[in-house]
Structures are given as C-alpha cells and as structure tokens.
Design a protein around this ligand. Structure first.
Ligand code: B12
Length: 236
C-alpha cells in the first residue's frame, strides 16, 4: 500500500536494505526526487558501493518505469518526473564514481543523436567512464553530424560515443559514421554506440567498433579497444 493510501509517513532510514530499495522503486516511479536523494544517501551510509546503488536502486527502478511507459500505464510527464528523480540520485553518485586523481587513460566525446532527447543512459555512461579514468566531453542531446565532427576536431578524443533510444533516431548513427568515412576520419577514432533499441548486429552493420549494452560494458570495451590501439601503434 502506498504512503497516501495508509496516511502514514514512511521513515526511509527505518527500512531494511531490501525494503528501502523497494520503496525507492516506488519513489522513483512517483518522481519523488528528494526521497530518491535521501535513499541514495542512506544506502551509501550503510556501506553500499556507489555502483551498487546506481545499478540496483536507480537503474532497477527505471526499468519498471520503462515497462509501464511501454505498456501505456505511464505517460511522458510522469516519466519526465521519474527521470528528474533519477538524475537527483545520479548527481550524488557522480563524484563518488569518478575516482579523482586517477591517470587519464583516454578521452571520449559522447552525445545523443539528432532527434533524440533521451540522456539518462548517456549520462550514466559518461559517469562510469569518468570513474574509470577517462576524460569525457559530453555534447548533450540532439546532435547533428556537424556537432560531432566539430567536437572531434576540437577535442581530439580517442573515442566517439553515440546514444540513441528511438528506432527512428538510431539510423542517424550511420549518417555520422558514413560522413566520417567520406571525410577520411573514420579510422582516427574508436566508435562506440549504445541505447536500448540497438544490438550487436546493428552496431556491426553501421560500421561502429562496438555496441555496448550498458555502462559497465562500455568501460570494459573502451579499455580493451584503447589497449589494442596502443599495442598496434607500438608494433606498427
Ligand atoms: C525516460 C524515457 C523518456 C524521457 C527521457 C528523459 C531523459 N532525460 O532522458 C522522456 C519522457 C523525455 C521520453 C520521451 C520520449 N520517449 Co522515451 N523512454 C524513456 C524510458 C522509459 C527510459 C530510458 C532510460 O533512461 N533508461 C535508463 C537508462 C539507464 O538506460 P539506457 O538509456 O538504455 O542506457 C543504457 C544502455 O542502453 C547503454 N547506452 C546508452 N547510451 C549509450 C551510448 C554509448 C556510447 C554506449 C557505449 C552505451 C550506451 O548504457 C546505458 C547505461 O547502462 C524508455 C524505456 C526503455 N526501455 O528504454 C523510453 C523509450 C526509449 N521512449 C520511447 C518513446 C516512444 C518516446 C517518445 C517518442 C514518446 C512520445 N510519444 O513523445 C519521446 C521521444 C522524445 C525524443 N524526441 O527523444 C520508446 C521508444 C520506442 C522505440 N522503439 O523507438 C521507449 C523504448 C518506451 C517504449 N517502450 O515505448 N522518454
């Protein structure tokens, strides 16, 4: 039963871990940013690793929101509130995930493609990459090919990351990669792509170096591809 139904106020700190995570799923669903921020702090105080809070409490909760959005139970305004609550929790975790002082192992330019305003997954990838020692330049949402090209020219990253959450916007990734090929730039960068509707086959078909299903895989893949690049540069 929800808080409103019982009329009783739930004291988050009095719940055990499992109950608290359950409650956070409800609070995320209801777009309650302050409660989500409080829940994140409580879990951290109890010794939860930031990554565990992120994946089990926040991403877990967003999955439920996603399913009900898909099924027409939730609509855009509610999902925006949920996204806002999620961002509140992510903001607390961000500095903790970014190990300060770690040597930079590479640089990434990342952005959501043109026509697409989903940015939670992209932000999560940015956070995890920073935490793993990458420098990240985030171009935000709705990026046309020109924005990616300008950023690559200005920032000289090792990696270009593109995010798309819509089946209608994912083909735009190919537009960007094809333009890079046409301008003779494609081989200068590692191209990683991600977003819920993509898969490995799509990544291969559009000429990306890799599709990554989540932020953890993005970090592992980025590290592996950077190492391979350095090795082949040393050998060649
Ligand atoms: C939140 C959300 C919104 C919010 C976005 C808020 C924000 N600031 O991002 C709002 C309400 C604005 C929204 C709007 C719309 N949405 Co929406 N949205 C979602 C929802 C529920 C969750 C997405 C999310 O944040 N997931 C959580 C994150 C953590 O996961 P993720 O994004 O997949 O990211 C992970 C991986 O994919 C990967 N990854 C992601 N990007 C990248 C990039 C790189 C480089 C790498 C390596 C990895 C990587 O790593 C991430 C972290 O692990 C999804 C449902 C779903 N199942 O995805 C629908 C969903 C994506 N939306 C959908 C739709 C239809 C829309 C709208 C068209 C609705 C409308 N009628 O207006 C609009 C489109 C607006 C636009 N032009 O972009 C559909 C898309 C269907 C389709 N087949 O195309 C979905 C699938 C819902 C559904 N089933 O119907 N949405």
């Amino acid at each position: 039963m929800s808080e409103e139904e019982t009329g009783e106020e739930i004291i988050l700190s009095e719940l055990d871990d499992a109950e608290l995570v359950e409650q956070m799923f409800d609070d995320l669903y209801d777009g309650m940013r302050e409660e989500i921020e409080e829940g994140v702090r409580i879990l951290l105080d109890r010794g939860w690793a930031p990554y565990k809070v992120l994946t089990e409490a926040l991403v877990g909760g967003m999955k439920i929101v996603g399913e009900d959005f898909r099924d027409g139970i939730l609509f855009v305004p509610e999902v925006l509130l949920a996204a806002n609550a999620m961002k509140g929790g992510m903001a607390i975790l961000k500095p903790l995930l970014a190990e300060t002082g770690a040597p930079t192992i590479g640089k990434m330019v990342i952005g959501t493609v043109k026509g697409d305003i989903h940015d939670i997954g992209k932000n999560l990838v940015s956070m995890m990459m920073e935490g793993a020692g990458f420098e990240v330049v985030d171009l935000g949402i709705n990026n046309a090919v020109e924005a990616y090209l300008e950023a690559m020219e200005a920032e000289k990253p090792d990696i270009l990351g593109m995010s798309a959450l819509l089946t209608t916007t994912m083909p735009y990734m190919k537009v960007v990669i094809d333009t890079m090929v046409a301008q003779g730039l494609r081989d200068d960068y590692i191209v990683l792509v991600g977003g819920a509707p993509l898969n490995e086959e799509f990544g291969r078909a559009i000429g990306a170096d890799a599709y990554c299903r989540d932020a953890a895989v993005a970090v592992e893949t980025a590290k592996a591809l950077i190492a391979r690049r350095h090795n082949s540069a040393a050998a060649g």
